[in-house]
Design a binder for this molecule. Structure first.
Ligand SMILES: *Cc1c(COP(=O)(O)O)cnc(C)c1O
Length: 461
């Protein structure tokens, strides 16, 4: 069914005239015209021309329950009618924020029992940055100001989030990183591991944290922040040796561990949280995206007993957003979690779909362009390479071949993103086995066409 809307070309022209897109080269898009998405159901998007597209990215890693869940729309409408907004600043609270905080405390691991609500993943990490520094200040250790993070990590694009992240393209615009943030290398064995075994490389990369702590002085370090599995960086799955060593180091130097679960939370890795999958014990967990399955914006910092006690007993924490704990967003998140739980979506994704997808995904390494295929739960990546044995990069600038592949996927009605020359997927957790088959079939077709194209253009070296 098509909505009654302006013709696609007109919509594209208006979009180009007035709409500034995030992370987009505006002039290039204006030339080409955006693809206009008009509706969606399950894992399927429909565009303004009536084409049906398999969304293997769940929007932007967020539509965990799939599109078109009426329950979420109904809860939002009901909450809007009853109490569309009230703040939580001035000694007031409301039922959705209270019940969601309680629920998050229940499902979050360990002693993460306290929730500070935010509007997004970026501002959740801004909250975390201020909170850990304030924590140490209250503990009488104000010199613990430095926060360590990783190159090619992603923690959002605000001043704080973008600084914590290690994307050089983000740092290059707007005077980032802000002071007191230090980056170590990522555990990307495929690209950077050289002749080392993945295990040795994982250890070496984790030990960079200890080296950085000693360089800065352990008494000056507040926290380390990382994603359990890097998402926007290209679905980089760390070697098995990495996280245990990180855990050992943060414990040794009494440094807080902020685990950014914006993508990995709410079932993405096959468990409720990536921390469970990777065996991590966080002091603070960043959540957003899947917390509402993207139906409405919401972020949350889930904080340990230890930190919450110090923050609560200190002076006023001079931080918050108008929409911290927005009642409509909290109501939708609660309903989303209910669906994930009661319909067994997380469990089914982890136990049934993940192993099925893993088998098919990893089999893509038999394609001549694919060097490695990695997947954890329902987030996966493949590395494109001209030479599997040497893990070589293409001579064309990084991302050239990835972009061609992405364009072939899009033409074949599959949304698969590229990060440099890695292709990544993160489909709704509700994807069926039959839909996994379609995903893989379209991915293979797109890889074949990419190979043809780069052979024709002499880029395959
Ligand atoms: C998307 C993302 C963010 C930023 O979230 P926004 O809601 O876009 O601000 C932060 N951390 C990670 C790991 C993300 O994937």
């Amino acid at each position: 069914m098509q909505d009654n809307h302006l013709p696609t070309a007109e919509l594209q022209a208006l979009d180009a005239a007035h709409h500034m897109h995030p992370f987009t080269f505006g002039a290039e898009l204006a030339e080409k015209g955006a693809r206009i998405i008009t509706r969606a159901k399950g894992v399927w998007l429909t565009d303004s021309e009536g084409e049906e597209i398999l969304d293997a990215m769940a929007g932007l890693w967020c539509v965990n329950v799939g599109y078109g869940r009426e329950e979420l729309a109904e809860v939002a409408a009901r909450q809007m009618k009853q109490l569309p907004f009230y703040n939580t600043f001035f000694q007031t609270s409301h039922v959705p924020a209270i019940m969601l905080a309680k629920k998050l405390a229940e499902i979050a691991p360990g002693d993460l029992n306290h929730v500070f609500f935010n509007g997004s993943g970026s501002d959740s990490n801004d909250t975390n940055l201020r909170m850990v520094r304030h924590y140490w200040d209250l503990k009488g250790q104000p010199e613990r100001f430095n926060v360590i993070s990783r190159w090619n990590g992603y923690h959002g694009s605000t001043m704080g989030g973008g600084s914590l992240g290690g994307m050089k393209g983000i740092h290059a615009q707007g005077g980032l990183p802000i002071p007191g943030i230090h980056h170590i290398d990522q555990p990307d064995w495929w690209s950077e591991g050289g002749d080392m075994s993945p295990e040795d490389f994982g250890l070496a990369r984790a030990q960079q944290l200890e080296e950085k702590i000693l360089e800065l002085g352990p008494e000056t370090v507040a926290a380390f922040i990382a994603e359990p599995v890097q998402g926007a960086g290209g679905v980089i799955v760390p070697p098995a040796t990495y996280w245990p060593e990180i855990q050992r180091i943060v414990k040794k130097y009494d440094i807080l561990l902020i685990v950014d679960e914006v993508i990995t939370g709410f079932g993405r890795t096959g468990n409720w949280f990536g921390s469970e999958t990777m065996g991590i014990t966080p002091d603070i967990m960043t959540c957003a995206k899947g917390i509402t399955s993207g139906y409405i914006p919401l972020g949350a910092s889930i904080v340990s007993d230890k930190i919450a006690k110090v923050i609560d007993e200190g002076d006023e924490f001079a931080h918050g957003y108008t929409y911290s704990g927005h009642p409509v967003a909290c109501a939708v998140a609660l309903e989303n979690i209910r669906l994930l739980e009661e319909e067994g979506i997380v469990e089914r994704a982890g136990k049934e779909i993940a192993p099925y997808l893993k088998e098919k995904w990893e089999a893509l390494v038999d394609h001549p362009l694919v060097g490695e295929a990695r997947i954890v739960g329902l987030m996966g990546s493949i590395a494109l390479t001209p030479n599997k044995a040497t893990r070589a990069k293409f001579k064309a600038p990084g991302g050239t071949v990835g972009y061609i592949c992405r364009e072939r996927c899009f033409a074949n009605n599959l949304v698969m993103r590229h990060v440099g020359d890695r292709m990544i997927i993160s489909p709704p957790l509700t994807i069926t086995k039959a839909e996994v088959d379609i995903l893989i079939e379209r991915a293979r077709k797109s890889l074949d066409e990419t190979l043809e194209r780069i052979n024709a253009e002499g880029l395959n070296a």
